[in-house]
Ligand binder design. Structure first.
Ligand SMILES: Cc1cc2nc3c(=O)[nH]c(=O)nc-3n(C[C@H](O)[C@H](O)[C@H](O)COP(=O)(O)OP(=O)(O)OC[C@H]3O[C@@H](n4cnc5c(N)ncnc54)[C@H](O)[C@@H]3O)c2cc1C
Length: 459
């Protein structure tokens, strides 16, 4: 059975046409960019030199095929809208990134991860086919069988090879509730060993685990958050009101149990943008009480951040208090699980940021994704840290140290935020010659930006 609003295919066709018209209206000398109302990109971007592509008609779910467990979505459809369309039928995407306005196209071209990644890999692995507007202005359907080179180079290309206008992705069945077990550790080595065991056996305490991530508050206080889907009705917690999810994890010792609806579990981090809402005072009880519920979401905090970036509010406050300037350190990195303890020990000794998020991942299959190469059959751990530190003597001093450490440990870094690699280091990590040959084939006149220019030179 398929669920499809009657006018969805026609309105999608119109949306694609508007995108193509706007592409053709951009002068050949100007670079092509997206015009999107939301973003989860943390790099400051240089000012646009031309109007962006019109994506206004490419934000919807086109249809859900319940029998084949797939969804067809427009490239700029947010996961919030996609999940709202699939959950009523008991289905969800295989990986649901935790910020509501991340789009399916954005998560595939810019990577995404969540607590199903230890069994379902990364969002691009569950894409069956995509329509892509290439830099050459062609609309191509790409898959494992058609234009495979573009299909494989698309993840981590950040819109520099083309823009996906439609994606067909796999779905999985989900149950209405998630039983949570928050396990406390006073040793990071023990946490990593337990994570390894859960992934190896697929279970904890003899029960199959569906979701797995963790939070480290300090080397002496860390937690694994184990989620088990269940049909059993019963009371659930609510962290969209006065209670704060990441604080609820903390307890003196052992295991603390909790329950959420599947909807609230998927969006558990969005309400407080993990913990970053504390920077705006939104976690202080007296502020939180009047903070409208509809504004307790990552997209609203984003607006506050963009005001800060535009008017340098935080820098001015630091200056007024005679405090030194700060360096933004907003990053997600991956290291092999075997090196995770080593990375965390180094991190807490050198980078004054807490808490940090941990999320294990394994590729689903032995497939080649050249712009973000990872070894199959190997468990990695994503470590996310989003804050700032006192600025060092050189620009990006702490970010550079982190890049060097991650490379030393055979890891990788996502490119949604600041990067400082040299061209040679970047080539080595993110596809080099393979990227250039796909770029030549699908964007011969360089209408789209180059990946290094975009990710490192912030163009
Ligand atoms: C603080 C923070 C924490 C994060 N944590 C996580 C996390 O824990 N898990 C996770 O999964 N992700 C996380 N992300 C990363 C996020 O998933 C990526 O930045 C993703 O690319 C954002 O997608 P978006 O739809 O918001 O796209 P945008 O931010 O608008 O764009 C991101 C890039 O993708 C390109 N792009 C957008 N749409 C398309 C398209 N349809 N086709 C081709 N290219 C396109 C854009 O050109 C741009 O270069 C985090 C980001 C931030 C800032």
């Amino acid at each position: 059975m398929s669920v499809r609003p009657p006018d969805a295919p026609i309105s999608h066709t119109r949306g694609v046409q508007r995108l193509l018209d706007s592409y053709r209206a951009i002068p050949a000398s100007a670079s092509v960019r997206l015009a999107k109302p939301t973003s989860n990109l943390f790099r400051a971007r240089t000012k646009r030199d031309a109007p962006g592509l019109d994506t206004s008609g490419l934000t919807s779910v086109i249809g859900v095929d319940l029998q084949n467990r797939t969804a067809d979505v427009a490239g700029m459809c947010t996961y919030e809208d996609l999940v709202a369309a699939t959950l009523p039928y008991g289905f969800a995407p295989l990986v649901v990134p935790q910020l509501k306005t991340i789009t399916v196209g954005g998560a595939v071209s810019g990577l995404g991860i969540e607590s199903t990644s230890f069994r379902n890999g990364l969002p691009h692995e569950s894409v069956l086919e995509m329509d892509v507007l290439t830099g050459a202005g062609e609309l191509l359907t790409v898959s494992r069988d058609q234009h495979e080179d573009l299909f494989r180079a698309f993840p981590n290309s950040y819109g520099t090879l083309g823009y996906s206008t439609r994606l067909r992705i796999e779905l999985e069945a989900v149950k209405p509730f998630v039983a949570l077990r928050h396990i406390r550790f006073d040793s990071l080595d023990e946490l990593v060993a337990t994570m390894d065991r859960i992934i190896d056996t697929g279970g904890f305490d003899g029960v199959a685990v569906d979701y797995l991530d963790g939070v480290v508050f300090s080397p002496a206080e860390s937690y694994l958050c184990v989620g088990i889907e269940t049909d059993t009705p019963g009371p659930v917690s609510d962290y969209t009101g006065q209670q704060i999810y990441y604080r609820s994890i903390q307890h003196p010792q052992g295991i603390k149990d909790d329950r959420l609806t599947i909807h609230d579990y998927l969006w558990r981090w969005d309400t407080d943008w993990f913990w970053c809402s504390r920077a705006f005072g939104a976690q202080h009880p007296s502020v939180r009480r009047w903070w409208p519920r509809r504004y307790r979401r990552s997209s609203f905090y984003w607006k506050l951040i963009s005001y800060d970036q535009r008017f340098a509010i935080a820098d001015r406050i630091e200056k007024r208090h005679d405090r030194p300037p700060r360096e933004r350190v907003v990053q997600d990195i991956e290291v092999p699980l075997k090196r995770c303890g080593e990375f965390l020990d180094w991190f807490f000794a050198h980078v004054p940021i807490e808490p940090v998020w941990l999320c294990p991942l394994r590729l689903r299959a032995d497939e080649d994704w050249p712009l973000y190469p990872m070894r199959p059959n190997r468990t990695y751990v994503n470590v996310g840290f989003w804050s700032s530190v006192p600025a060092g003597a050189t620009e990006g001093a702490t970010n550079r140290l982190i890049e060097a450490k991650v490379s030393e440990l055979e890891g990788h870094k996502s490119l949604y935020s600041d990067s400082y690699y040299t061209p040679a280091e970047f080539d080595e990590l993110y596809g080099g010659e393979t990227y250039r040959s796909v770029k030549r084939a699908y964007d011969p006149d360089s209408r789209l930006l180059d990946l290094y220019d975009k990710a490192v030179r912030r163009r």
